[in-house]
Design a protein around this ligand. Structure first.
Ligand SMILES: CC(C)(COP(=O)(O)OP(=O)(O)OC[C@H]1O[C@@H](n2cnc3c(N)ncnc32)[C@H](O)[C@@H]1OP(=O)(O)O)[C@@H](O)C(=O)NCCC(=O)NCCS
Length: 170
């Protein structure tokens, strides 16, 4: 167990293995292709302002925590705000304020971009994540996620006069 303070820095492409390993511990399965794509897009800003990718590393340069966020505008009608879309801390470092530090730093970077609102999405039964965000002052926002299972590709129906097709909806 590492007792020295972890070092927070921008994620690099060489962190891929460490991020995949930590995510696999937390999420239950490795997703190397997903993280390779995210890291390409987010490391060193990915060439786009408002993208934040941070890792917390120990003395052995092992990734013990990460956070990914992005400033987005007008998706789903949402005003320009910062989104935290992934955060994880290694079980060996739990409850020592690391996620709090990661969130504070990503929020600081959002604020530098002029953002005054931060959003995230959490599975309703994920008590640790819900508790973390509640402890940081997050409250329920104005949106509800909706979903519907699709068993087979929806039948295409002709759209009158358009010569095009539209998908039949629910
Ligand atoms: C949720 C998580 C990020 C918390 O990380 P952490 O570094 O332990 O969090 P912190 O130490 O900053 O905790 C801050 C506060 O959050 C709350 N909290 C954190 N973990 C909690 C838990 N397991 N149960 C209840 N509350 C919790 C507490 O209020 C805590 O303050 P306290 O320790 O003074 O009581 C970490 O448990 C984790 O990575 N879980 C898995 C996340 C995941 O599934 N990610 C998917 C991959 S993107």
């Amino acid at each position: 167990m590492n007792e020295r303070p972890l070092h927070l820095r921008a994620a690099r492409r060489t962190d891929l293995e460490g991020i995949v390993a930590l995510d696999a511990i937390r999420a239950g399965r490795p997703k190397p292709d997903y993280w390779a794509r995210i890291l390409r897009a987010f490391s060193a800003g990915g060439g786009r302002e408002g993208r934040v990718a941070l890792v917390a590393v120990n003395d052995e340069r092992r990734v013990m925590g990460f956070v990914f966020g992005e400033v987005r505008a007008w998706e789903f009608g949402s005003e320009r705000c910062g989104w935290i879309f992934a955060i994880a801390v290694h079980p060996a470092c739990e409850r020592r304020g690391l996620a709090t530090r990661l969130c504070a730093e990503v929020t600081r970077r959002f604020a530098r971009e002029g953002v005054t609102l931060v959003r995230t999405m959490v599975r309703r039964n994920h008590i640790p994540l819900l508790s973390l965000f509640r402890s940081l002052g997050f409250v329920a926002g104005p949106f509800s996620e909706l979903e519907r299972r699709v068993e087979a590709p929806p039948e295409a129906v002709p759209v009158a006069g358009a010569g095009a097709h539209r998908e039949r909806s629910a």
